[in-house]
Design a protein around this ligand. Sequence first.
Ligand code: CA2
Length: 147
Amino acid sequence: MNKPIFVLNGPNLNLLGQREPAIYGTTTLADIRKRCVTKAKALGFDVEFRQTNFEGELVESVHQARTDACGIIINPAGYTFTSIALLDALKMFDPPKIELHISNVHARESIYHNSLISRVVTAIMIGFGADGYELAIQAMAGMVKRD
Ligand code: CA2
């Protein structure tokens, strides 16, 4: 049995589905979690799904993933553009890692254009809305099986 896929979510994503539906859709994070678990199960994987509003907690989840996860899918939300601590933690995680954004960040204001973490991830999933999470699970399962 593979170790679980860690799906990590950063600040404010707990409010998904409650504001700005034109950008982020109407799906809640609880719905996304269910969809990830179902998709992963069909592919023979478990999911450890987390959300935090705290940078250090996100860093600690990445540390834990070094021993407990087969891969990381991470939507760091606002920390994407500010967190060197998260960048450093992800550098120390060797298995596959996917950066995910619900919205197409490149079609938005320039403050959302310069991800600090893109340079250290294996792949990026951007702009597919909530569906991106299931697509990322599928892609991650493929990468882990090939490893
Ligand atoms: O598109 C994404 O997934 C983002 O990572 C979301 C972040 C934003 O800073 C990134 O540029 C792109 C913001 C998350 C804000 O969460 C909300 C939750 C509910 C309603 C509105 C925003």
